[in-house]
Design a binder for this molecule. Structure first.
Ligand SMILES: *Cc1c(COP(=O)(O)O)cnc(C)c1O
Length: 235
C-alpha cells in the first residue's frame, strides 16, 4: 500500500470512530493545494472523491489536466480560498466537476455568482464562510451579519444552493487547544435553524483541518478539510 493510501485509510478510520460518537455523517475533503495531480489520482484510486483547492488558477489547471479528466471521472472539486470577483467567471466556466464554493462571505459575491450561473442555467452548492475568530485579516463574514447574507441568498439567489456554514478558525486556538471557533459555528447553525425552522442535520458545518479535525468532529463538524496530514507537509 502506498503512503498516501495508508494516510487516507488512517484518517477515514479516525473520522469514522469520532463520527459514531457524535452520530453525524462526516465528509473528508482532501485539500490538494501545491500537490501534484499524480497524488490526487493516487487518492482517487484509493476511493477519495472530494478534493479542494484555494487558488482559482491552480484549480483550473489541475481540474483540466488530462490525467485527471481521464482517470478521475467522478472527482468533485471544492473551492476553499478567497474568491476575487475577477476570477468568478473562470471558476464557474472552466472547472469541470466543480461541486461547491465554500467561501461565500458577501452579498456582492453571492450576487455575482448568481448572475453568472443564471446565464448558464446552472446551479451551484455553496457554504457561507464565517469569521468566527473576529480577526481582521481573515476572510469570512462577521457573525452578526451572516443571517442577513443567508436571507439574501434565500430570497434572491435562485442558482445558489446554500448547504451550510464554514470557518477556518484561529491558528492560536489550535495551539492552545481551544475550540471556541468551532463552538461559535455550531451556535451560528443553531441560530439559523431556529430562525428558519430547519432541522440541524440539513445544515453542514465545514470546520477542522489537519491539526484539529478530531476536535472539530467532536464539536459537530460534518465536513473536514485535510491537507498536510493526508498528502504530507507542503514545501
Ligand atoms: C490549506 C487549507 C486547509 C488544509 O490545511 P492543512 O493544515 O494542510 O490540513 C483547509 N482549509 C483551507 C481553507 C485551507 O486553505
Amino acid at each position: 500500500m502506498s503512503k498516501l493510501e495508508a494516510n487516507l485509510i488512517a484518517i477515514l478510520q479516525r473520522i469514522n470512530e469520532l463520527s459514531q460518537s457524535n452520530s453525524s455523517q462526516v465528509r473528508l475533503i482532501a485539500i490538494s493545494k501545491t500537490k501534484p495531480v499524480e497524488d490526487i489520482v493516487e487518492l482517487y484510486r484509493a476511493g477519495q472523491r472530494h478534493f479542494g483547492e484555494n487558488y482559482v488558477d491552480e484549480l483550473e489547471k489541475k481540474s483540466n489536466d488530462n490525467i485527471i479528466l481521464t482517470e478521475c471521472p467522478e472527482i468533485r472539486w471544492h473551492f476553499v480560498g478567497h474568491l476575487q470577483s475577477n476570477k468568478i467567471n473562470r471558476v464557474l466556466t472552466r472547472v469541470p466537476n466543480l461541486d461547491c464554493i465554500q467561501t461565500i462571505d458577501s452579498l456582492e459575491l453571492a450576487d455575482r455568482l448568481n448572475n453568472n450561473l443564471m446565464k448558464q442555467s446552472k446551479t451551484l452548492n455553496v457554504l457561507l464562510q464565517i469569521n468566527t475568530s473576529n480577526e481582521d485579516q481573515k476572510s469570512g463574514i462577521d457573525r452578526k451579519d451572516f443571517l442577513s447574507l443567508y436571507e439574501h441568498i434565500k430570497s434572491n439567489c435562485t442558482q445558489l444552493i446554500c448547504q451550510g456554514l464554514m470557518t477556518i478558525g484561529s491558528i492560536d486556538n489550535v495551539k492552545i487547544d481551544d475550540d471556541s471557533d468551532f463552538q461559535a459555528l455550531v451556535q451560528c447553525r443553531k441560530d439559523l435553524c431556529e430562525k428558519y425552522a430547519l432541522p440541524l442535520n440539513e445544515i453542514e458545518l465545514s470546520m477542522g483541518m489537519s491539526n484539529d479535525y478530531e476536535r472539530a468532529i467532536q464539536a459537530g463538524s460534518t465536513i473536514v478539510r485535510v491537507g498536510s496530514l493526508l498528502f504530507g507537509a507542503r514545501g
